[in-house]
Design a protein around this ligand. Structure first.
Ligand SMILES: C[S@@+](CC[C@H](N)C(=O)[O-])C[C@H]1O[C@@H](n2cnc3c(N)ncnc32)[C@H](O)[C@@H]1O
Length: 181
């Protein structure tokens, strides 16, 4: 009984942490957003809720069949959400579609051989003027160096803003330059 209570409060704490993370993303609610590497949808459900209030739309993508199945179940009550299974560059998702892209603890899990292709595709999916928020662990055993993330996203044409780097975590916003008129 005590264990069940402790487990419950841990998952509640995680839920609250995700909710607070999403509410700090500065979304207005009317965006078209992409949650790349959505996993089981624990962060996506908070994104979906914010976007449902403002008429926005959420596209979730993950490479894991099992996680996508769980995410679809978790998000089934949101009419403003689509969940895709597969490799982002080959999915039927148009380029220039999104105001906002979230990459939360994903790039370090993406196979090294396809990281450049994924970074280019993430940049391509953004609208000009759109923004991408990335949060990644940077530990040697578990993570990806901040320098590698910077190189990948800047080579893809994105511009880094407000980076925060600690020993274990990198977080930054990247923007896609608006088209010149
Ligand atoms: C640590 S989980 C993070 C899940 C979610 N973003 C979150 O914050 O809860 C990393 C996810 O990245 C996904 N992933 C790894 N490589 C991927 C790829 N090439 N394309 C899409 N998703 C990928 C994994 O399947 C996994 O669900």
């Amino acid at each position: 009984m005590i264990r069940a209570k402790a487990f419950f409060s841990l998952s509640e704490r995680k839920r609250e942490r995700n909710r607070s993370f999403v509410s700090g993303l500065g979304l207005t609610g009317d965006e078209k957003a992409l949650d790349f590497g959505c996993g089981t949808g624990t962060t996506s459900e908070h994104l979906a809720s914010v976007l449902a209030q403002g008429g926005g739309h959420l596209t979730c993508v993950d490479i894991s069949r099992r996680r996508v199945r769980i995410a679809r179940k978790r998000l089934r009550h949101y009419a403003n959400v689509g969940v895709h299974l597969g490799h982002l560059p080959t999915l039927p998702i148009p380029d220039g579609e999104f105001d906002f892209v979230l990459v939360a603890a994903v790039l370090h899990e993406v196979k090294k051989a396809i990281r450049e292709e994924i970074a280019a595709s993430l940049a391509a999916k953004l609208k000009p003027g759109g923004r991408l928020v990335i949060v990644e662990p940077t530990g040697k055993r578990h993570g990806i160096p901040a320098q590698e993330i910077r190189a990948l996203l800047q080579n893809a044409g994105l511009e880094e803003e407000s980076p925060q780097l600690s020993e274990t975590r990198y977080r930054a916003t990247y923007t896609k330059p608006a088209r010149e008129v």
